[in-house]
Design a protein around this ligand. Structure first.
Ligand SMILES: Nc1nc2c(ncn2[C@@H]2O[C@H](COP(=O)(O)OP(=O)(O)OP(=O)(O)O)[C@@H](O)[C@H]2O)c(=O)[nH]1
Ligand SMILES: [Mg+2]
Length: 397
């Protein structure tokens, strides 16, 4: 899953670690060079004497021809001196050696930081890779800016730490910051709570043709049945040929009743009947399958409004096709203008190595993702958690 997006973060992490190592190597070589130079080369000294007024008077007595008569005259004497000749300065030199040693030891235990321009260069690469993985431009920008800010504050101790872990933590913090206000919702916990208050719980599934609504309804029906709830399906897609039979086949396999009308019937009427059936039989959940519709089809979108009004769903779930990336995002945005969308289920993630549209949906729509669809079997539904997702992206299972 998310193979390409994982690779993008992996290569970014590796580049950051290499950069830290490079900076550390530079630090190690710098003091040695300075030391070598001081021991091998003769020192050229510049001595500067300032002649004070009192000295001027004494010198005038000693040598009348002296030219140092004026107050504040400066004498400059330049002579080469070998380091070993400076006997009285050897103690100083030793002191210098020790202070350099202390400085080097201190440096060894201090931290390494990256310069801003190097961070920017690497982050520019990350941006390109994110966009190539279907992460929308504005979402990539937000992530990259957050990563930059975290890296700018990152100091890594040179020894005794797992650098890769520290860098990964830094990237994790950066991504989490971008999505921190989007709640993680445990779907099963949520529906359990709703069910404690009222029954039947009505869940509406929305989305264009072929996004995976009917398959996802079957998967949720399977999950709810396994959790001990009773379920009925409402075949409210009375439009597409074969839609009712498709749902009936799932119902037969799962042991779930399907409430249906004929093709062309009013979908709102089907939903009304399904809810009435659930109420009369004490059934816990009504899962409503709706016809796929493009967001640009105003008539069908108006019909969806009516369906929503009649169903009064406890939860309204937009089923998004990961493969369609930014296109599905536009659709979801428009759907939200017609009806309330509580959360998302993103399908076909198993067939989608790029992985970026998941981030795009999350950051742009700011709605919880309940599940990821990862195959065509009933079990192929993974509960979504932000932390889990970021762990996956950073290669931590
Ligand atoms: N690989 C994979 N395929 C999926 C997944 N979910 C759905 N599909 C497939 O996607 C295709 C369309 O799924 P449907 O459930 O019929 O889609 P729909 O949204 O109900 O489509 P309409 O009824 O035409 O509106 C089917 O072939 C499904 O098997 C998934 O998570 N992974
Ligand atoms: Mg369908």
């Amino acid at each position: 899953m998310f193979k390409k997006l994982k690779e993008a973060f992996k290569s970014f992490t590796n580049s950051i670690i290499s950069l830290f190592k490079e900076e550390e190597e530079k630090k190690e070589t710098r003091p040695e060079k300075a030391e070598e130079r001081s021991q091998s080369q003769p020192v050229t000294e510049v001595r500067v004497e300032t002649v004070q007024p009192i000295q001027v008077a004494e010198q005038r007595q000693q040598a009348e021809s002296t030219r140092a008569e004026s107050v504040g005259e400066v004498r400059i004497e330049v002579k080469p001196v070998k380091a070993e000749e400076r006997a009285e300065e050897k103690v100083e030199e030793k002191r210098g050696f020790f202070s350099r040693l202390v400085q080097r030891v201190t440096e060894a235990v201090t931290y390494t930081k990256l310069s801003e321009d190097k961070i920017t260069k690497l982050c520019d690469n990350l941006f390109i890779q994110l966009v190539e993985c279907d992460v929308a431009v504005e979402v990539s920008e937000a992530i990259v800016e957050s990563v930059k800010a975290e890296l700018a504050n990152l100091k890594i101790p040179r020894f005794g730490v797992d650098k890769e872990k520290i860098v990964r933590e830094c990237i994790r913090r950066a991504i989490l910051k971008v999505i921190e206000d989007i709640p993680d919702v445990d779907f099963m916990e949520l529906v359990k709570k709703i069910h404690e208050e009222r029954s039947p719980v009505v869940i509406l599934f929305l989305g264009p043709n072929g996004y995976g609504k009917t398959t996802t309804i079957a998967k949720i029906g399977y999950l709810l049945k396994n959790a001990g709830y009773s379920v009925v399906f409402a075949a409210a897609d009375t439009f597409r040929a074969g839609a009712i039979e498709q749902l009936e086949e799932h119902g037969r396999r799962l042991g779930i009743k399907v409430v249906k009308h004929r093709y062309g019937a009013d979908p709102a009427a089907v939903i009304h009947d399904a809810i009435a059936h659930a109420e009369s039989k004490g059934i816990d959940f009504v899962l409503v399958d709706t016809a796929g519709r493009m967001h640009t089809d105003v008539n069908l979108m108006d019909e969806l409004k009516k369906i929503y009004r009649v169903a009064e769903p406890d939860l309204s779930v937009f089923v998004a096709d990961a493969l369609l990336g930014n296109e599905a995002l536009e659709v979801a945005k428009t759907y939200s203008k017609y009806v309330n969308v509580d959360g998302l289920i993103i399908t076909k993630v198993d067939a989608y190595p790029k992985g970026g549209s998941i981030l795009t949906f999350l950051v742009t729509l700011r709605k919880p993702i309940y599940f990821l669809g990862v195959g065509q079997r009933y079990e192929d539904l993974i509960p979504f958690r932000k932390e889990w997702f970021i762990n996956q992206l950073l290669g931590e299972e």
